[in-house]
Design a protein around this ligand. Structure first.
Ligand code: ZN
Length: 191
């Protein structure tokens, strides 16, 4: 089975909580870690090797993306899945997005596998896709995507700034469904 790196975005706690819901104080970094831990559980059960770039609620060295990329590349990951929650000034903004680096890359297929499972498992979630180039992923030069050797995708699971989606992100059933979908997408990619 493959070597999968799960990258829970942001260092957590007071170092870098990521996006924060301004009503409830819900922090992105905590959600990213919680869901990554559950994805890990499913992958381990399916005999994958899993590297987590952050394992603590607040972990200072993970504030450095350079540190994360070095860890990932030294370990020899075959696929990197970075988990984040989205945020926008407009509280109405909602839905799921997945990113790869620009152009046709090996990550495009991984992105399609994961996003297909996510929208099938969580049909309420609006797919915010960019179909201009014939595939659903959006493209951006995020550091973690650019500076890792293996195919890498970044999943913005939902909007923590949206009251309804923040509630979902904090819900343990929803988290489990999202984690299962991501894990299934990863196994689709490897099969
Ligand atoms: Zn983030």
């Amino acid at each position: 089975m493959g070597k999968v790196c799960l990258d829970p975005g942001h260092a957590g706690g007071s170092i870098d909580p990521g996006a924060v819901n301004k009503e409830t104080g819900l922090q992105e970094a905590a959600i990213n870690l919680s869901i990554a831990n559950q994805v890990k559980k499913y992958l381990i059960a399916a005999s994958y090797q899993v590297l987590m770039t952050r394992i603590e609620e607040e972990q200072v060295e993970t504030d450095s993306l350079e540190y994360r990329c070095e860890l990932i590349n030294n370990w020899g990951a075959e696929l990197i899945v970075s988990l984040h929650c989205n945020a926008a000034v407009n509280e109405e903004a909602n839905g799921v997005e997945i990113y790869t680096t620009p152009g046709e890359t090996a990550a495009d297929r991984a992105a399609a596998c994961i996003i297909n499972q996510v929208i099938t498992t969580l049909p309420d979630l609006k797919l915010r896709a960019d179909w201009d180039d014939g595939d659903p992923d959006k493209e951006a030069n995020f550091y973690i995507l650019r500076h890792t050797d293996a195919p890498a995708v970044l999943l913005e699971m939902a909007f923590i700034s949206n009251p309804k989606e923040a509630k979902k992100l904090a819900d343990s059933d929803w988290q489990r469904e999202m984690a299962r979908a991501v894990a299934r997408g990863i196994s689709d990619y490897f099969s």
